[in-house]
Design a protein around this ligand. Structure first.
Ligand SMILES: [Fe+2]
Length: 307
């Protein structure tokens, strides 16, 4: 039988011990193969900024057979702190090599054959007074790897109901694609439009709902230039924001990106910059919804909102 090549990835900590033991088991059951060591884990994150180096991925792709020990994983913030000084502040972001390997090689199913060997002191036993029985175990466990512990946030376009259900979890906040405020404004503007359409016998103007929704979702896009995130996670006005508020910078961004003029009008005129200026009707609705969402909060901050 042709010898197999097995890529071995001990990784960190106990991985170095369990991998050695796994190799002993393979030897004992008659596996004869070539072993090729591959780098993975914390040491390579710290020193190279990549816990799963490309050279390891290439070995895995070539040999398609590997043993993996264990790795140390830490949160992104701590991982960034532990990077070697030359790699800090270079935009590197820690990721789980386990999830990455699973994604790269479509390892959706984990198959674990479990078989007991008589006399193994670690076997499952049932005690019965002084004696015990040792039931034979011969089972195969299948685990769906795309769920639970080793899954990341990796959907493409989940059904809306599922996305909404996921969004209930506080940990999902960082994956929110649209801020709560933008959603509140957009939903408010939709409500205003629908109320008018349901109430007027004949609409005196036409409301373009696609334009209204698109404009609502991007009306504050200029805030990415207007605000700076401080070290403590709070926001403060950037220099660019002091030069031009977000309706102006946002309109420039949208125009540069080739968005329709009407969307540029919504962005440019949704706040006080738009007072008295020509506007499409969707701008009027976004403006009103924006102030309805913003004013109570601003009034609360100044103790002007009666409770
Ligand atoms: Fe705004």
């Amino acid at each position: 039988m042709k010898k197999k090549t097995l890529v071995t990835m001990p990784g960190d900590g106990i991985g170095k011990i369990v991998l050695g033991e796994a190799l002993r088991v393979l030897q004992a059951v008659g596996f004869r193969g070539e072993y090729l060591h591959a780098d993975v884990g914390w040491e390579f994150w710290v020193n190279e900024g990549n816990p799963l180096p490309d050279r390891t991925v290439e070995l895995l792709a070539e040999h398609k057979l590997a043993l993996f020990g264990s790795i140390t994983s830490k949160g992104k913030a701590q991982a960034a702190e532990e990077l070697s000084p030359k790699l800090r502040d270079t935009g590197l972001s820690y990721f789980s090599p386990i999830v990455k390997m699973r994604q790269l090689f479509d390892l959706d199913i984990c198959i674990r054959p479990c078989r007991s060997f008589s006399g193994n002191p670690l076997n499952f036993v049932r005690r019965d007074g002084q004696s015990f029985v040792e039931p034979k175990v011969d089972a195969v466990i299948f685990r769906q790897n795309t769920e639970g512990l080793y899954s990341g946030v990796e959907w493409t376009d989940p059904p809306q109901e599922l996305r909404r259900a996921l969004d209930l979890h506080p940990k999902m906040a960082k994956y929110a694609e649209t801020s709560g405020e933008d959603l509140a404004v957009t939903r408010g503007a939709i409500g205003l439009a629908e109320a008018q359409m349901a109430s007027y016998a004949a609409m005196p103007y036409e409301i373009d709902m696609d334009r209204l929704i698109a404009g609502g979702l991007v009306h504050d896009i200029g805030k990415i230039l207007e605000m700076d995130r401080d070290a403590d996670g709070s926001y403060s006005k950037s220099r660019s924001g002091r030069c031009a508020r977000h309706p102006i910078s946002g309109a420039i961004l949208a125009a540069k990106a080739g968005m329709p003029d009407e969307i540029v009008n919504i962005i440019a005129c949704h706040a006080e910059e738009g007072q008295g200026r020509p506007q499409v009707v969707e701008t009027v609705l976004i403006h009103q919804a924006d102030f309805a969402a913003f004013n109570p909060l601003a009034m609360m901050a100044e103790n002007l909102l009666i409770k």
